[in-house]
Design a protein around this ligand. Structure first.
Ligand SMILES: *Cc1c(COP(=O)(O)O)cnc(C)c1O
Length: 416
């Protein structure tokens, strides 16, 4: 049987796990153990030689199990399965999306370097870039969706540190307005600077659309990052993160992970493996529901504007990026309500089936107010430019029947 020709969803129940190594258990057990017993001192010596890169791997040699900060079966099998969706060579899972993102930024940036990033990025990422990295003398320059190569390049040059550009970190679609960024444009900037600057890493936070609907590596990105708390976990019951890329880059990420000690634990690994079995059916269903909800909102008299990928007009530059990068319009919708904060809050406070909470991608539908919640810390100029106003409401569509979601929205609008 040629597993490499199968769809990832067909392999999520079995890939990388041998029942014979676990008393025939059909499911991978939770390896709740800190350390692993070596068969001999020589075996232990060999495992450590590989773990510390003291010698090359022999043909078919795998890194043996040593200690759960370095490796653990629940993490390794999960990492192998995550690789299938993004067609990545290797993966590292973390105890949160933020730890995946911060570890990647710290590994590939050093004091004096310049980071280019798309705005807005996730609030935690923005804070890490503009506070912690700044403290390390790493400068960062933001750009917006829709800007051209020349416009972004002018921003880089204006910093006076173009020769120090080492990393480009983007989030597309941008949260919360679904603005699109062209990954290939960022790769063109990377290629422009690499001959002079040495390695320039392009990393994409793919939390909003992945790992099903967008595959950044295919477009030339070096790293894909996830908050696995969102679609990958999918049940709003676990915090986790992941980073994927080439073997060489992941060796560096895993090296820093070992010393920061921010790997996910075995319980998290087990929960995420359970989640991955239904990833495709969940996300497909969420996208179907979202289309009904977005179409309903578009025609509602209380709604001024809907931000939804499925509504991007043909013939626009955004539509070209949408067609190139995405295989679905996704399940995240934002909209401007008529009125201001008062109307937005009345609406949010009146929802019954949908819950008023931040986060996204779970089986239950969620609603929130970006300006005062997830994006409260984003600078005013960015909020204005990205249409993050008091009118804006963000929805994450779950797996409920779309008629029930729409019924809930309808009764909440009626309360205003
Ligand atoms: C939630 C989120 C994060 C942070 O992930 P945690 O798992 O909460 O640490 C990063 N990026 C995006 C786009 C997110 O939605």
């Amino acid at each position: 049987m040629d597993y490499s020709k199968m769809h990832p969803e067909s392999l999520m129940m079995s890939y990388g796990y041998k029942p014979s190594l676990s008393e025939g258990a059909i499911k991978c057990p939770i390896f709740q153990t800190s350390t692993f017993v070596f068969n001999s001192a020589m075996e232990g010596k060999k495992f450590f030689e590989l773990a510390y890169g003291l010698r090359e791997k022999e043909a078919n040699e795998e890194l043996g199990l040593i200690y759960s900060r370095l490796n653990n079966p629940d993490l390794e099998i999960l990492e192998n399965r995550l690789c299938l969706w993004d067609k990545a060579e290797d993966c590292a899972v973390f105890e949160s999306g933020m730890s995946a993102i911060s570890t990647a930024l710290m590994e590939f940036l050093a004091p004096g370097d310049l980071l280019l990033y798309s705005r807005p990025v996730y609030g935690g990422t923005d804070h890490f870039i503009n506070h912690f990295l700044k403290k390390l003398q790493i400068e960062a320059i933001g750009f917006y969706a829709g800007e051209t190569f020349d416009e972004i390049n002018a921003r880089i040059i204006a910093t006076g540190k173009a020769d120090k550009l080492k990393m480009i970190h983007i989030e597309t679609p941008a949260n919360p307005t679904n603005a699109l960024i062209d990954i290939e444009l960022c790769v063109a900037l990377k290629n422009h600077y690499e001959p002079k600057n040495g390695e320039v890493i392009v990393s994409v936070d793919n939390t909003y659309m992945g790992p099903l609907w967008q595959h950044p590596l295919k477009h030339g990105a070096d790293l894909v990052l996830y908050s696995a708390t969102k679609y990958i976990g999918g049940h709003s019951d676990v915090i986790a993160g992941a980073c994927l890329g080439s073997k060489a880059l992941m060796a560096r990420i895993k090296g820093l992970r070992t010393f920061l000690g921010n790997m996910a634990g075995p319980w998290t690994g087990w929960l995420l493996m359970r989640s991955l079995e239904t990833l495709k059916v969940r996300m497909d269903q969420q996208a179907i529901g979202a289309k009904y909800v977005a179409d309903y909102l578009k025609n509602h008299p209380m709604v001024k504007k809907v931000y939804y990928l499925g509504h991007i007009p043909e013939g626009t530059p955004e539509y070209d990026i949408y067609k190139k990068q995405y295989s679905s319009a996704g399940a995240m919708i934002s909209f401007d309500i008529k009125g201001g904060e008062k109307e937005a809050f009345q609406f949010l406070d009146s929802l019954k089936l949908m819950k008023l909470a931040v986060s996204l991608g779970g089986t239950e539908s969620l609603a929130e107010h970006p300006q005062t919640m997830t994006h409260a810390d984003v600078p005013t100029e960015v909020k204005e430019r990205m249409a993050i106003t008091e009118k804006l409401i963000r929805l994450s569509i779950g797996v409920e029947h779309h008629e029930d979601i729409i019924h809930d929205l309808e009764q909440a609008f009626a309360q205003i």
